[in-house]
Design a protein around this ligand. Structure first.
Ligand code: AMP
Length: 287
């Protein structure tokens, strides 16, 4: 496995591989790698000739009071695990390499950010879109892989790729969970042991909500009230949001039609966790 920290060096290496006709798959991450990341890498390895994984905790996507400093960083272990999974290339730049000077330009995401994480983390998706655009320019992959766990992020980046005619295909992989249902997240290590036991209730609440959506006997407002109650009754943290929206449009649901997302975020003492379930409807049903 090749490891690069310098933009110019990875660019040269990737362009040599492309000259040999290799299709590049790309999995951007912030490291502290887990099975959620590895499932994207496995899919990328199946669908491409070579896989690039980036490991970069992007300061641009963290708000001033968020967990940029406390975000887990485990580079040595990440490199070992990535190599064991058959990854070809890791790009692990420093913040100074990615942002040698203050950015004079940035991507502004102006659709689909007035809800969910976009609403509670102002500027977050501008930071995500900006770093992903930079990484895509550096790696120039045929396909890029993102997790459904961050469904709003996947929607925002799919829109960006279309809006800017990016030459990469955005591929979304399913959410990988712990045996009890908690979605894997690098932030889970920042839960206390009590919070770890409670954390599964976010998914339990979403699952209940998803069942009621499928049953079709309640509207979104009523379902959210019940699902929030389930979560609130079982966690010491606070609900940041729970919502039911169209997907990937992220608009209020007027009828059970197409894809619908039920998503939630919970703030614990040292970690904010998010999760979601996406449902698909064939025929139109009134809410
Ligand atoms: P992160 O390192 O948290 O920024 O995540 C890097 C990529 O892995 C993103 O596309 C995430 O959506 C994806 N990812 C994170 N957790 C999971 C999970 N539990 N299952 C599937 N994909 C995930």
């Amino acid at each position: 496995m090749k490891i690069f920290t310098a933009i110019q060096e990875i660019r040269t290496h990737i362009s040599e591989r492309k000259q040999h006709g290799e299709m590049i798959g790309f999995v951007p991450t912030m490291g502290a790698l887990h099975e959620g990341h590895f499932s994207l890498m496995t899919q990328a390895l199946k669908e491409n000739d070579a896989v690039v994984v980036s490991i970069f905790v992007n300061p641009l996507q963290f708000g001033p009071d968020e967990d940029y400093e406390a975000y887990p960083r485990t580079l040595d272990a990440d490199l070992e695990k990535a190599e064991a999974r058959g990854v070809d290339i890791v790009f692990a730049p420093s913040a100074a390499e990615m942002y040698p000077e203050e950015m004079q330009t940035g991507v502004h995401v102006h659709e689909g950010t007035d809800v969910l994480c976009g609403k509670s983390r102002p500027g977050h998706f501008d930071g995500v879109a900006t770093v992903v655009l930079k990484l895509l320019q550096i790696v120039q992959p045929a396909r890029s892989y993102f997790g459904q766990k961050d469904a709003q992020q996947a929607a925002v980046l799919t829109n960006m790729a279309r809006d800017f005619n990016l030459s990469t295909e955005i591929v979304t992989g399913p959410t990988v969970r712990e045996p009890d249902g908690l979605a894997l997240s690098s932030r889970n290590v920042n839960l206390t042991s009590g919070e770890r036991r409670e954390a599964v209730w976010l998914y339990e609440g979403l699952k209940q909500g998803a069942l009621w959506i499928e049953e079709g006997s309640y509207g979104p407002g009523e379902i959210l009230k019940k699902a929030k109650h389930t979560v609130e009754a079982n966690i010491s943290g606070t609900i940041d949001y729970m919502d039911i929206l169209t997907y990937p449009g992220l608009k209020p649901v007027k009828e059970w039609n197409g894809q619908v997302i039920i998503a939630g975020a919970v703030q614990f003492s040292g970690a904010r966790l998010i999760d979601n379930i996406i449902l698909s409807f064939g025929q139109k049903e009134r809410v």
